[in-house]
Design a protein around this ligand. Structure first.
Ligand code: A4P
Ligand code: MG
Length: 197
């Protein structure tokens, strides 16, 4: 007699496993277009599926004030890539956008892709800290994240998203949410404003 097929098998084979949130930021050389292009490139990552994208926001710089406003957004990518493989893939995208690291802390950049969360994992590797060490206090991260994640999302070590968001409510109110761009003809539709349950 043949073994019955496991019911979960097809599902497990088609859906990448870990929910990752990625913060996107840019403030040089047509930053809005760069963020939009980076989102297109995230869709091409192997073993991954782009599940949700927040609105784009114009935000005042945190850090040195003598630099242009940023464009920020957050995306959810479900992936089977190992964390360091994902980091390398994101850095390749940054590099393609002419990212130059000149050593200035929090200085201007053509494109910054930060891994905010990898499920509920806590990583303290020499080149990768997850949750991103400053995400819990930053309106330009928490505002867009709250659009696409459940209010009860747990930020390991810091608590629930909705409570963290309340603490930066004034800064969130000061951000400008940009109107959605017209979708290009035949562009794939993107799920937005969905909670990952
Ligand atoms: N690294 C460690 N953990 C991570 C992670 N979770 N995700 C390492 C990505 N990279 C991580 O990053 C430096 C090194 O951090 C990398 O080599 C990687 O191995 P970087 O991108 O070269 O430099 P960075 O982004 O300037 O560093 P950092 O400290 O992450 O900067 P932040 O804290 O992200 O601040 N204001 C507004 N309004 N909007 C912004 O987007 N961004 C910054 C950057 C400052 N002010 C801003 C914004
Ligand atoms: Mg970065």
């Amino acid at each position: 007699m043949t073994e019955p097929l496991a019911m979960t098998e097809p599902f497990a084979m088609t859906r990448p496993g870990v929910q990752v949130y990625i913060g996107l930021g840019a403030n040089l050389a047509d930053p809005r277009r760069r963020v939009e292009q980076a989102l297109v490139e995230l869709r091409t990552l192997p073993e991954s599926e782009l599940m949700a994208v927040s609105s784009l926001y114009q935000t005042a710089p945190v850090g040195p004030a003598d630099q242009p406003d940023f464009i920020n957004a957050v995306a959810r990518l479900d992936t089977d890539l190992e964390p360091l493989m994902l980091l390398a893939a994101l850095q390749r995208i940054e590099h393609r956008h002419g990212r130059i690291r000149n050593g200035q802390r929090w200085g201007p950049r053509t494109l910054d892709l930060d891994i905010l969360l990898i499920g509920e994992q806590v990583l303290r590797l020499p080149n990768l800290c997850v949750p991103h060490p400053r995400m819990q206090a930053r309106a330009f991260v928490l505002g867009p994240l709250a659009e696409i994640a459940a209010p009860w999302l747990e930020i390991p070590g810091h608590g629930r998203l909705d409570l963290l968001l309340a603490a930066v409510a004034e800064d969130v109110a000061a951000m400008t949410r940009l109107p959605a761009a017209e979708p290009a003809p035949h562009s794939p539709t993107m799920k937005a404003h969905t909670w990952s349950l």
